[in-house]
Design a protein around this ligand. Structure first.
Ligand code: ADP
Length: 260
């Protein structure tokens, strides 16, 4: 390894993992897991071999979003065998290891950080084109460990309009850049609602300020998702045509940013 940063990276020696895409947010509850699940499903529907590492250890919602639950992870030859969705997306999440989905994880930061690393190193991911990583929310201890230890190809930032012009997103972007992790762009979630009668986009916040913010941070807008009940039903695969198109577009932008 060359330099302190690459020396601290952990390795998975028995899997062949292509690119690792982190999905990050300045704080919890803005739709990071939702975007991770949408991205994984879209990549899988395009024929890529996809895995999702749920590094949001204390709030693991990936299994539910991808429609798998229960204890699905087992050990073989000292490696963890991940769960798998009907479409073949491999999933590693603490919620696939606990008896009750509602059992809390009452651990301190360093232990959670170790678990995230193990979810990368000790899981038999096999052959993957993309590993989507639902990162721990915010800019705290676990997010830092993750960025220092897992060889991320880039991160997708997720925010909501209220936060976009505040310092929360800027902090997360700056943290990634300080850690030499490429920020591929930003997905603005809950950007607007669609009028049920006329399909007009109703925006609660001015977008001018957001545009200025994106420019000042040199951030590419990868896509905007509406606030809709549809996004609570990702696992059914029943997304409207408009959301489907948005997800296809933002995935295309993510892939082209990764190629740069
Ligand atoms: P995070 O991973 O950032 O904590 P989640 O993806 O778990 O956020 O989303 C938090 C909650 O908001 C979930 O209940 C999710 O279903 C809901 N949600 C996320 N995005 C949207 C959206 N665009 N429209 C409606 N509900 C959403």
């Amino acid at each position: 390894c060359d330099g302190v940063e690459s020396c601290t990276m952990v390795k998975n020696t028995d899997s062949n993992i292509g690119k690792i895409i982190g999905v990050m947010s300045g704080k919890g509850g803005v739709g990071k897991s939702t975007v991770s699940a949408l991205l994984a499903k879209e990549l899988s529907s395009q024929g890529y071999r996809v895995g999702v590492l749920d590094a949001d250890i204390t709030g693991p919602s990936i299994p539910r979003l991808l429609g798998i639950s229960g204890e699905r992870v087992y050990t073989r030859d000292e490696k963890l065998i991940p769960g798998e969705t009907a479409e073949g997306i491999k999933v590693m999440s603490l919620n696939l290891m606990v008896k009750e989905e509602s059992d809390p994880v009452i651990w301190r930061g360093p232990m959670i950080g170790e678990m995230v690393k193990q979810f990368y190193t000790d899981v038999h991911w096999g052959e993957l084109d993309y590993l989507v990583m639902d990162m721990p929310p915010g800019t705290g201890d676990v997010a830092l460990t993750t960025m220092q230890s897992i060889p991320l190809s880039g991160v997708v930032m997720v925010s909501i309009p209220q936060d976009l012009v505040s310092m929360i997103v800027a902090k997360a972007v700056n943290m990634a850049r300080k850690m030499n992790v490429e920020v591929l762009g930003l997905v603005q979630n809950m950007s607007y609602i669609l009028c049920p009668d006329c399909s007009t986009e109703i925006r609660m916040f001015e977008s001018e300020e957001a545009d200025e913010f994106l420019e000042s941070m040199d951030l590419k807008l990868l896509g905007e998702l509406p606030m809709t009940r549809d996004l609570n039903r990702i696992s059914d695969g029943k997304l409207s045509e408009k959301i489907g198109e948005t997800v296809t577009g933002l995935t295309k932008s993510v892939l082209s940013q990764l190629e740069k």
